[in-house]
Design a protein around this ligand. Structure first.
Ligand SMILES: [Zn+2]
Length: 868
């Protein structure tokens, strides 16, 4: 039996239980409390504080206890359905000053010893020293230190001045109706049934659950914990106290509607929020739940994910879903859905070790601006103190002073109506000191000064910036004011991405003699000009490299003082150019396709536009790739075909390969570089040949940290995703640079046969030509014209220019093919009017102008549609 007179868990004292020595006490109330207490002291924990026990009091003990009902205290605010309620606020708080109704009100405290009975049984512990972190002493330590700080009367400490003490709010058990505002009746019944199980059976059950231990008193402690949160919130909304702190356990924020988890059974703060909305109507319509527990409150997020009136903001360690609760729900992309879209804000730290600077920065940059814009009627803090310095589960560095500052900021909301409810936190000293600091702030003391360095860490800054960008879709305060002011200067504006592509095309002409391929489409746009560039020899019998990429990456450094962006501080990096340089040097034909993130519409004002989504860009790629395939590539004589897909466009290439049987047959190899977009697969599910072919003929470099490598991911990468290679690099430019040799060597290796035949052919030709020296001379001189004068360096000695490349070009289609493309792709006549390299791009575009003018606001994909 787990009853030990020395065990702090069961050491009860009278003053601690009623905690009302200095307050006016209704004698009948005291008698109930002492009866309760007696029972607590005399019996073991198994049969103490459940609902049946309360009923026993009702029938067998002093009947005057029944007269202490909440209806007496707050008849206006207590609905009659809550008949099982134990005792609500039993005393009217002292009168407030009319001049300062808020400041002269008291801060409420919920604490009830009976919440300490839920404890991990000895036989479930690995050893006696291995005490479960969710230890009943957590709330006792907090209570003791609140007493020590002179804020509440306890058995050990007396309040020096009763006028400046916490006002006790009694906990009661939440009713089934209240709990089922958040949880399913099945879940409620399951928790309720635990009291009838043997400890042995409970241990077996608990082993199958996620981070849970069970005890016969679990139900009554969890009900008290939820009821404590409810009563704290009700007292604040009804303005009986100015604000409140609820020192309750077991915690609640991991409990979902139908299952427990992470030491939690009933979702205390969510239940309290729902009860307040139901009881107070418009007085308490909009509620902010701010969760600073180091873990993501998956249960709270789920409870209000589509709710338009509850804003949930959580700051937690996420570590890409590898930190408890180990899933992606807590990432920055989960912003709510339906009517609740935009009302879920996750601030997911990418590592442990975050400190005051990071939390204050997140508060100043995200929490407070969004909370002010939301303008809640009540703030409930899901206050886990496991991000506190000294907590071995959280391993973060938040100090008590920082918790006090965060509380102080939150007090400015909702006319000061804030309730702090304990969640996690497992270092007894850290949680007690933090709670005391928060409570003092609630009572009116200014927060202590922060001694720590409050500069946020780079990791903290980048998380905050990421969340701000993500939330700017939903909150005005998250958008940059500067953007709006700068629009004044936007007369005759051009988008830089158009200028960059024009510059690229000029450079490609200079370096590689690449010109624009004519693409028939129904609308002219600046963005579309020069998106498809090709070497003049792309249709010849030589290897062909087809690149689909996103616009080059830009880095912009703003002036730190004026935040002004100058052209000389904007950098453009484009590693794919070095691939083109190599291919041209090695005699390949090249088609380079830039898939713009936005297609400029000349009629649109020069304002901020979002880039097309990954799906839209993939669709555009698919359309362009199909068009190019049908009208150019499949009709040419290329001996080898290589696709290189960079970023979002790569999935469009896969669509082409899946859709066109001849495409996969004729393609030699596919290279892909995958950054933030999801892995794409070949969609041809009815045919196993194509996925198998793709896996054998591809190198898919995927960035480090991509969720495909998530350790919690259980499904294996299927072959339709190709030959996936985990890159050690995290950005596409770095990956392109680092894996360049692998890609180029592979192309070199696969085109070896072609080079050998070229060599043989050249030898044969030389032999025949030796009869005429003049011919030889002509051939050599001719190559000079097409010889590129690239300024790019190719990679490594083995990848230097092939000496025969220049000559091959002149030899042209007369050269025998190593792999006879014509056999694989029967030559078809070109579609009328399209198989043309159009040097005069303007003329081509102008000719199409009339066609597109009427198409209005077609999607980017439609604007680029071909003629088919
Ligand atoms: Zn926690």
């Amino acid at each position: 039996m787990y009853v030990d007179s020395e065990n702090p868990i069961l050491k009860l004292t009278e003053t601690e239980t009623n905690g009302a020595a200095s307050q006016t006490v209704d004698p009948s109330f005291l008698s109930v409390q002492s009866q309760t207490l007696k029972a607590a002291g005399e019996t073991d924990e198994q049969d103490l504080p459940d609902a049946a026990e309360n009923d026993k009091f009702d029938s067998s003990s002093d009947s005057s206890a029944l007269s202490v009902r909440s209806e007496d205290a707050f008849p206006e605010a207590f609905p009659t359905y809550r008949t099982k309620a134990f005792v609500v606020i039993n005393r009217a708080p002292p009168p407030k000053s009319k001049a300062l109704p808020y400041s002269s009100s008291r801060t409420g405290l919920v604490y009830d010893v009976r919440m300490r009975f839920h404890t991990e049984p000895l036989d479930a512990m690995l050893s006696e020293d291995d005490i479960h972190p969710e230890d009943p002493r957590r709330i006792l330590e907090i209570y003791d230190q609140l007493g020590e700080a002179g804020l509440v009367d306890t058995s050990k400490h007396h309040v020096p001045n009763p006028d400046f003490a916490l006002w006790r709010i009694d906990a009661r058990k939440a009713t089934k109706e209240e709990i089922c505002l958040v949880h399913t009746p099945e879940h409620y019944e399951w928790v309720a049934s635990l009291k009838n199980e043997s400890q042995e059976d409970l241990n077996v059950m608990a082993a199958r659950l996620d981070s849970i231990y069970l005890h016969p008193t679990t139900f009554s402690c969890a009900s008290l914990s939820a009821g404590g949160a409810i009563e704290a919130c009700r007292a604040v909304v009804a303005e009986h106290v100015k604000n409140a702190v609820a020192v309750i356990r077991p915690p609640g924020h991991h409990a979902e509607h139908d299952h427990p988890g992470g030491f939690c059974f009933f979702n205390n703060v969510s239940i309290a929020a729902r009860v307040c909305q139901a009881d107070f109507g418009t007085t308490c319509r909009k509620i902010l739940i701010l969760d600073w527990d180091v873990h993501h409150g998956n249960g709270v997020q789920r409870a209000f994910y589509d709710d338009p009136n509850v804003l949930y903001i959580s700051i937690h360690v996420h570590m890409n879903g590898t930190f408890y609760p180990n899933n992606s729900y807590g990432d920055h992309t989960h912003c709510g859905e339906g009517k609740g879209e935009g009302l879920n804000v996750n601030i997911p730290w990418s590592s442990q070790g975050m400190g005051d600077g990071d939390y204050l920065y997140a508060f100043q940059q995200i929490v407070m601006p969004i909370a002010q814009e939301f303008n809640p009627d009540l703030v409930i803090v899901a206050a886990g103190f496991d991000a506190a310095k000294g907590d071995r589960l959280g391993m973060c560095e938040v100090t008590p002073a920082c918790y006090a500052h965060m509380t102080h900021m939150l007090k400015s909301l909702a006319k000061g109506k804030i309730v702090v409810c304990l969640e996690g936190g497992y270092n007894l000293q850290s949680i007690a000191k933090s709670t005391v600091a928060v409570t003092r702030t609630l009572m009116g003391e200014p927060p202590e000064r922060i001694d720590e360095d409050i500069e946020p860490k780079p990791l903290g800054q980048s998380t905050v910036e990421l969340v701000k960008r993500w939330q700017s879709k939903y909150w005005k305060c998250m958008r940059s004011r500067q953007n709006e002011n700068q629009m004044v200067n936007s007369l005759h504006a051009r988008r830089v991405h158009d200028i960059v592509r024009q510059a690229d095309s000029a450079e490609f002409w200079e370096s590689f003699r690449m010109t624009e391929l004519f693409i028939l489409r129904d609308r002219i746009s600046k963005s579309f000009e020069k998106q498809v560039l090709a070497t003049h020899n792309f249709a010849e019998a030589r290897p062909l490299l087809i690149i689909f990429h996103e616009p080059p990456e830009t880095t912009a450094l703003t002036d730190p003082q004026s935040a002004k962006l100058s052209l000389h501080n904007i950098f453009v990096t484009d590693v794919t150019k070095t691939y083109i340089a190599w291919a041209v040097k090695n005699g390949f034909g090249v088609i380079d396709v830039n898939i713009p993130e936005h297609v400029t519409d000349p009629d649109m004002p020069p304002e901020f536009v979002e880039g097309a989504s990954t799906d839209e860009r993939a669709a555009l790629t698919r359309e362009l790739a199909t068009y190019l395939w049908d009208n150019y590539i499949s009709l040419g004589d290329s001996t080898h075909k290589f696709f290189l897909g960079v970023g979002a466009p790569y999935s469009g290439i896969l669509d082409l390969l899946g859709e066109k049987d001849d495409c996969a047959e004729e393609t030699d190899y596919v290279f892909a570089f995958v950054g933030d977009q999801p892995l794409a697969g070949i969609k041809k599910l009815t045919d196993d040949y194509i996925p198998a072919w793709y896996q054998a003929h591809s190198s898919v470099f995927v960035k480090d940290g991509h969720h495909a490598f998530d350790p919690s991911r259980t499904r294996k990468l299927r072959k339709r995703f190709g030959n996936v290679i985990h890159s050690p690099h995290a950005t596409i430019p770095n990956m392109l640079e680092a894996h360049k040799n692998e890609v180029l060597l592979k192309m070199r290796e696969l085109t070896e046969d072609w080079r050998e035949e070229q060599e043989a052919h050249r030898a044969k030709k030389l032999k025949s030509e030796s009869l005429s020296e003049a011919n030889v001379h002509k051939a050599t001189a001719g190559s000079g014209h097409h010889r590129n004068n690239s300024s790019y360096s190719s990679n490594g000695g083995s990848l230097q220019i092939d000496p025969s490349a220049g000559r091959e070009r002149d030899a042209g289609s007369k050269t025998p093919r190593s792999t006879p493309a014509a056999l694989r792709s029967p030559h078809r006549p070109p579609p009328l009017g399209t198989f043309t390299i159009t040097p005069n791009r303007r003329a081509a575009s102008a000719g199409l102008g009339g066609n597109g003018a009427a198409s209005g606001s077609a999607s980017p994909a439609k604007r680029m549609r071909g003629n088919e």
